[in-house]
Design a protein around this ligand. Structure first.
Ligand code: DGT
Ligand code: CA
Ligand code: CA
Ligand code: ZN
Length: 576
């Protein structure tokens, strides 16, 4: 089957296109690649049976990509891909992973120093060859060095967003086996940690052999580390491990409790069982020789005198004590979310029209969507200026009247994601900001500031009475970039003083991190969970922001986009 090779090529095209500064085309290629990876039928067979039209029926494949697939099937290559590769013959996917190394810089590095790979880059950095390049300088060299180091230390852990869809597919296959009575994700993946070391599955079955046979034969298994009747471990082509445990039904709950972890949580729960004269293990809860619980997790917690604890909380960070006295939080759920307020349209660097984004929100059962395109400072995203924002405002008002005349109970809110400039001022005039339903402000450029300067910048932005939300407040990106130099305690104090809302960003940023969410909640600072979608499919990322919020003990009332549109608007400044 050619599916995987084609997917690889499309991923590469997406990366090359990014070096050319194209904003949304790369995503189209990524989507086609993803869809090809998952496709069960042979793409060549589809073409033989149904031609180009058949190819276009594949999810994420449009006319243009269908043509390229046809070209590949006929000639074994894609001319456009070769062209991009000849222009820039580097290991693009490797280099793109280094934070501080933008697409344009990759190009310069190749043209001036012949750097093609991470290895080349490391050598050049060590020899201080970068700082003399045009547009680089000592700070850039330092940043790239930090990026390289960060890459090394985060190695071996994958972002939750990347692993979850892959793991869910495997879980579905396991669930469909007739030998499998119950199956679940376990480990850090079930606790929704932002990065995953390895993927853990738990299955209840009386026929472990059949289940293990199936597991080691899954597509994508590259190596079998070990295989037995209770435990099997494999290494996947995606570069991560998967563990499978099979237990009898009567131990499923206690095994799930054990393999969900965390290890620290397990140690604490075992101790509590012991204090009650019981023994808790992956096989069950025992009173002497007698098993008194174990089939379900609920029973396990109950017999040791504890309130059931949601997986996201199981880190031994206070949940044990809260559970014992019955004071665990009522965590926010995905179903509580009534709208997404950080969405980009094709008025700037997003892929879809405002109408398509709104329709997607309606299909999710949301009551509203907020369109918050970038502002003029972000040239790479085609940010909007004052005039364009006012035009957009009119356009959205029109759409809303149309909805009203159709008796649709749905509203598009008009916002902007404006840039917080170096001195803390906002790049869009206040008189224009004041006409929008809400304003998101974020730091995108000049991010390497000392704490004091950075906090003064954020303070000024928060004190602007038009700024309602600070997006991705700390600037970190999971596995890729550390946060800016900020003082989070001070940020919370300022948010409280000014009534500014902090965003939990569900994209790869996952910023705020769980610990900060918990701090914010304790200080009474309100938060909003947004996806920062530049494509309608990215609106699906909401679940990750919600799971991050749950890991931060957040309840419904801590998150403003659980409210109806009227309540939501009241949470903004100047809107009481
Ligand atoms: P990861 O894979 O690093 O993201 O984190 P986990 O939590 O998935 O850890 P993993 O895969 O090593 O083990 C899965 C669970 O099994 C873990 O969360 C708790 C349980 N477990 C593993 N080793 C031990 C141990 O030595 N003692 C106890 N009490 N539990 C353990
Ligand atoms: Ca694990
Ligand atoms: Ca494991
Ligand atoms: Zn954004």
């Amino acid at each position: 089957m050619k599916n995987q090779e084609l997917a690889k090529i499309f991923y590469e095209i997406a990366n090359f296109l990014q070096t050319e500064g194209v904003a949304f085309k790369p995503f189209a290629y990524q989507r086609a690649a993803k869809s090809l990876e998952d496709l069960k039928e042979d793409v060549a067979q589809i073409y033989i049976n149904k031609g180009k039209n058949g190819l276009e029926e594949i999810e994420g494949v449009g006319k243009n990509i269908a043509l390229q697939i046809e070209e590949y099937l006929k000639t074994g290559k894609i001319a456009g891909h070769q062209e991009l590769k000849n222009k820039l013959p580097v290991k693009i996917d490797e280099l793109m992973r280094v934070e501080g190394l933008g697409p344009k810089k990759i190009k310069v590095l190749y043209e001036k120093l012949g750097i093609k790979s991470l290895k080349d880059l490391e050598k050049a950095v060590k020899k201080h060859e970068l700082k003399d390049l045009f547009g680089f300088g000592e700070t850039t060299e330092k940043n790239i060095l930090q990026g390289l180091e960060f890459l090394k230390t985060s190695h071996g852990r994958s972002p939750l967003q990347v692993i979850t869809p892959v793991a869910r597919k495997v879980l579905k296959k396991l669930e469909n086996l007739k030998e499998v009575k119950m199956a679940s994700l376990a480990g850090s993946l079930r606790r929704k940690k932002e990065t995953i070391g390895d993927v853990d599955f738990l299955v209840a079955s009386d026929n472990p052999k059949a289940v293990m046979d199936f597991f080691v034969a899954l597509p994508g298994v590259k190596k079998v580390w070990g295989r037995g009747d209770t435990k099997t471990s494999v290494y996947m082509t995606g570069g991560f491990d998967m563990d499978l445990r099979v237990v009898p039904e009567k131990s499923y709950g206690s095994a799930l409790q054990y393999f969900t972890g965390s290890k620290e949580h397990n140690i604490a729960t075992r101790k509590i069982a012991m204090e009650k004269g019981l023994k808790l293990s992956e096989y069950g809860v025992f009173e002497g020789e007698n098993q008194i619980a174990g089939a379900t997790e609920q029973d396990v917690y109950k017999v040791i005198g504890m309130q059931y604890i949601e997986p996201e909380l199981r880190e031994d960070q206070g949940e044990i004590q809260s559970s014992l006295v019955g004071s665990l939080p009522a965590l926010i759920n995905l179903e509580d979310i009534k709208g997404d307020l950080h969405c980009h349209s094709n008025w700037n660097g997003g892929e879809h029209s405002i109408e398509v984004m709104a329709k997607t929100a309606m299909e999710k059962g949301y009551q509203y969507i907020g369109i918050s395109d970038h502002s003029k400072t972000l040239k790479i995203e085609n940010g909007l200026n004052e005039k364009q924002l006012l035009e957009q405002n009119k356009y959205i008002k029109n759409l809303n009247s149309k909805f009203k005349s159709q008796n649709l109970k749905f509203r598009i809110l008009h916002g902007v994601e404006a840039d917080i400039l170096k001195d803390g001022s906002i790049d869009i005039k206040n008189e224009v900001l004041a006409q929008l339903d809400y304003v998101i402000a974020s730091v995108h450029l000049n991010t390497k500031m000392e704490t004091k300067e950075m906090m003064a910048r954020i303070e000024k932005a928060m004190k602007n009475s038009n700024v309602d939300i600070i997006a991705h407040p700390t600037g970190r990106i999971v596995g890729r970039r550390e946060e800016y130099k900020i003082d989070f305690d001070q940020m919370l104090k300022l948010a409280n003083q000014t009534g500014t809302i902090l965003e939990i960003n569900s994209s790869a940023r996952m910023d705020l991190r769980d610990l900060y969410i918990r701090r914010a909640k304790n200080e009474g600072v309100k938060m909003i969970i947004n996806t920062d979608a530049h494509h309608k499919d990215q609106m699906d990322l909401m679940e990750y922001g919600v799971s991050q919020a749950r890991r931060g003990w957040a309840e419904k009332e801590d998150i403003i986009n659980t409210q109806s549109v009227e309540g939501l608007l009241k949470s903004f400044k100047n809107n009481d």
